[in-house]
Design a protein around this ligand. Structure first.
Ligand SMILES: *Cc1c(COP(=O)(O)O)cnc(C)c1O
Length: 461
């Protein structure tokens, strides 16, 4: 295929190094103190005195370097990274091509505000996303800072375009922590509790959750959702449906095949904007550039962030030109939106996904994880489900007799893994899902060692 990136030849030479990722860190788990070590404990005491408790820290080790598939902390411990800072550092931490692009941009200029005086990087990122996102139609892209901010703008745009107000999100959804995105997010604790009132005209519809809904087909689950939307809201009032193609914080829930296409077909037939929140699933993570591709859907708007720029804050709304262009001049933007340093990082990052075949690597990572996770499940009935796509996989932990969610077990397994130097994240409405989101630059040996740590943590828990 032709590159979606038309210029900036200087970054091309550096991308071959990106697969190694980061500073020259030994790609091996290595613990020289207990975790957290004394320096991290001292820094954590300062954190508690300086930063509010609401900004929680899952694993209070403090990092001084990271790359490839490891993090090194300030006590000299090297940990395996199965989290990528929540699916952000897909190209690896401090990927050399990203470092080079960012350094060059910092030396040129750091900020103008794109809506005051522009620069090419913003336009190049927009062109790349217009080319790479599903759908052959004419598109436009607007850039923002965070996933939540981009979600808010997608809703703004959909409301302006349709002249309608209601928005539907789904059970188990996660769309962010700002006021409108808290309303869209399903789970109360810790995301919403006590932080209301929430934005109005947000409604919730039932999700397809094959492990917990008795295997209802995608078509039937969509019909159930559409019936509820029809009766409780009405398409005449509905501006947009927003959905994660694979739910992230909600538990890596992969809807049954056919669910997403049926929702999209209904949305199109009823002048409802179909928005895919690909903030977590986007950019090679699932073995495709975007998870929508697995279901053959072409969303009207796609929201991206996390994996977009190798760790620099950037997000985007990409979609149909007629929808994107409906908002008046000055209606979209922000001081820092599409910051030139973040755009330079995004161009190097996107180039690395393509040139270093990180989509193929995500599929290889899936094969390595799946084989071991299925092997563990075959002998451990507490693993109720193994699911996900590419390098976005999870196990759901349950009471073997009742299938009741076992959040305490997930917490014990994560704690045991952390103590052995494996960064492991949990998620899920019921807190009982362990998710795997390694950088796509992680090596096979680290994956194998990390999964040995997981096996031992499950055995001990
Ligand atoms: C993380 C996430 C968001 C919010 O992104 P922020 O950058 O944290 O604001 C929105 N949607 C999904 C699916 C996410 O995973």
């Amino acid at each position: 295929m032709t590159s979606p990136l038309t210029t900036d030849t200087a970054t091309t030479t550096a991308t071959t190094a990106a697969t190694t990722g980061g500073p020259a860190l030994r790609q091996q788990r290595d613990l020289v103190t207990e975790l957290p070590g004394p320096r991290s404990r001292a820094l954590h005491a300062r954190k508690l005195a300086a930063v509010p408790d609401g900004v929680g820290v899952m694993l209070p080790i403090y990092v001084e370097a990271a790359g490839g598939g490891v993090l090194r902390d300030i006590d000299g411990n090297t940990l395996i990274d199965f989290g990528s800072g929540i699916a952000v550092t897909g190209v690896g931490n401090s990927a050399p091509a990203v470092v080079e692009a960012v350094t060059r941009q910092v030396n040129a200029f750091t900020h103008t505000c794109f809506t005051i005086t522009g620069y090419e990087g913003y336009i190049e990122v927009a062109e790349a996303l217009n080319n790479l996102t599903p759908g052959d139609f004419d598109k436009r892209t607007a850039l923002f800072n965070s996933g939540a901010e981009a979600v808010e703008n997608a809703i703004k745009i959909a409301r302006h375009f349709t002249g309608k107000q209601a928005v539907v999100a789904f059970d188990h959804a996660y769309h962010g922590r700002t006021n409108l995105t808290m309303a869209l997010t399903a789970k109360s604790m810790p995301y919403k509790s006590g932080f209301g009132p929430f934005a109005p005209e947000v409604y919730r519809a039932p999700m397809s959750y094959p492990f917990r809904d008795g295997g209802v087909s995608g078509a039937d689950a969509a019909a159930r959702a559409i019936d509820q939307i029809d009766k409780q809201i009405g398409a005449a009032n509905l501006a947009a449906l927003i959905i994660e193609p694979i739910q992230g914080e909600g538990g890596f829930i992969v809807p049954a095949a056919g669910f997403l296409p049926a929702l999209q077909a209904w949305a199109r037939a009823n002048d409802v904007v179909f928005i895919a929140d690909e903030v977590q699933t986007g950019f090679a993570r699932t073995g495709a550039m975007f998870a929508s591709e697995h279901e053959g859907i072409e969303p009207d708007l796609i929201v991206t962030a996390k994996g977009i720029a190798g760790g620099l804050p950037l997000s985007a709304v990409t979609g149909r030109a007629d929808i994107m262009n409906s908002a008046h001049g000055g209606g979209l933007g922000g001081t820092y939106t599409g910051n030139p340093i973040a755009c330079a990082a995004a161009l190097a990052t996107i180039r690395s996904y393509l040139d270093d075949d990180l989509l193929g690597r995500a599929r290889e990572i899936e094969a390595l994880f799946r084989a071991r996770l299925e092997e563990l499940r075959s002998t451990d009935p507490r693993i109720g489900d193994v699911r996900g796509r590419g390098a976005m996989l999870a196990i759901e932990l349950v009471d073997p007799a009742t299938k009741a969610p076992d959040a305490a077990l997930a917490a014990r397994v994560a704690a045991a893994a952390h103590a052995q130097g494996l960064v492991l994240l949990t998620c899920g409405t019921y807190g009982n899902v362990i998710r795997f989101l390694p950088p796509l630059t992680i090596g096979d040996a680290l994956i194998a060692d990390g999964l040995d740590v997981l096996r031992d943590a499950l055995a001990a828990a």
